[in-house]
Design a protein around this ligand. Structure first.
Ligand SMILES: [Zn+2]
Length: 396
């Protein structure tokens, strides 16, 4: 029989998360170092091996070890310390940096994305530490900076040489669901340049706005809708999606515009290769340019996140599922995330390493009145604490 884990209490968990929420880590600018030191102080006080690794001034990761240090720990638990900005301030009914608990819900910016997850992974680690269990292989628990702006903190950890053999990002799924993967992403800027003319004689100009909206964007959309992909039952949004998110062009109501610029957000399904798709988009744009004399079309593709999906048959998923059954009494459900997270960074940099998302929370992240259910936070923490020794043993 595995050793009994004396879990951290609900009160302790709530208090720890409230403390985290009260430290502002809105990114930009981030200021995650204060939150990293808060976590390190709390765990260090109990004799855990924990370090703060500064990435840039005021910005840091916090790294805690169970079972010793290793460049190839059996498991990484990863949550991010930064949050998105408040957005519509006046739509908050609670102090976004207060951590108030009302009717079983803990409110605040980051409660769901991702400070609830950060609290769950570090308190789960603390529970394992307190139980005095000696792990068969090291486990690393990381609170990272810079997730909301591309994954700088997790990238820094990987650059420093940590290569876990399994990874769980503590992004919200809620206690009885495991996210097997994330879609990928490309952020695209496309620019059309033509020639101005008096709007009463449009044939004398080359209309950058019309060519953008009537030729370039439809061609790009058609290309994306024809991309092949293998549907996965866990993903609610299957396949790629393309959204035009910003567009600007024109100088005056009676002038044919010579410049138009659009920003597009492209999401990719597991199995689709961002680099290959990027090349395909460039060909489409080149085709439009060649067809219209006097029109120049420029394409810039960046922000690459590779999609991934982890098999249900991996020890990581099986063990986590078994712990969910034991702790919550519920049958785990598998989902696929429509967005991106540091899970994409880990999956891309560590090919073959199973990566899933599991953590407390709900869809209220990035919105006013963000909250986490206290019971969900407690359940997730217990599932993770139960899973840590078993996953250290299975080792990926
Ligand atoms: Zn997040």
């Amino acid at each position: 029989m595995p050793q009994e884990i004396r879990h951290v209490s609900e009160q302790e968990l709530v208090g720890f998360l409230q403390g985290l929420i009260r430290i502002k880590t809105v990114n930009p600018p981030g200021n995650e170092e204060e939150a990293a030191r808060y976590v390190a102080e709390r765990l260090g006080r109990e004799g855990m091996d924990v370090e703060v690794r500064v990435v840039s001034p005021g910005r840091a990761n916090v790294v805690a070890w169970l079972g010793g240090r290793s460049e190839t720990p059996a498991l990484m638990l990863n949550g991010h310390l930064d949050t998105v900005p408040l957005g519509e301030n006046d739509r908050w009914d609670a102090d976004p940096f207060g951590g108030e608990v009302r009717e079983g819900r803990l409110y605040g910016r980051g409660a769901s994305d991702n400070k609830g997850g950060v609290a769950a992974i570090f308190m789960a680690a603390l529970a394992v530490h307190r139980a005095g269990i000696s792990l068969p292989a090291p486990v690393v628990v990381t609170g990272v900076m810079g997730e909301e702006t591309g994954g700088t903190g997790t990238t820094a950890l990987l650059d420093e040489g940590i290569k876990p053999r399994q990874a769980i990002v503590a992004e919200w799924t809620s206690a009885s669901r495991i996210a097997l993967g994330y879609r990928g992403r490309l952020s695209i800027t496309v620019e059309t340049r033509g020639r101005t003319a008096h709007a009463s004689r449009p044939h004398q100009g080359v209309n950058a706005v019309e060519h953008m909206t009537e030729l370039v964007l439809p061609a790009l959309k058609e290309y994306v809708s024809n991309l092949s992909f293998i549907p996965h039952p866990a993903f609610l949004v299957n396949g790629p999606t393309l959204a035009v998110t910003m567009i600007r062009g024109g100088v005056k109501a009676n002038v044919v515009p010579d410049l138009c610029r659009a920003e597009l957000d492209l999401r990719l399904a597991p199995g689709q290769d961002p680099a290959q798709v990027g090349e395909g988009l460039a060909e489409v744009v080149a085709g439009v340019q060649a067809a219209v004399p006097g029109l120049e079309v420029k394409l810039d593709v960046g922000g690459r996140k590779t999609p991934f999906v982890t098999s249900e048959d991996t020890a990581l998923v099986q063990v986590l599922a078994e712990c969910i059954r034991e702790v919550t009494g519920r049958e785990p459900a598998y989902i696929g995330k429509t967005g991106c997270s540091d899970g994409n960074v880990l999956a891309e940099r560590l090919p073959g390493v199973p990566v899933v998302a599991y953590g407390p929370g709900n869809g209220s992240g990035h919105s006013p009145n963000e909250f986490v259910e206290v019971q969900d936070l407690v359940a997730c923490t217990r599932v993770l604490a139960t899973a840590i020794p078993r996953l250290a043993e299975r080792g990926g």
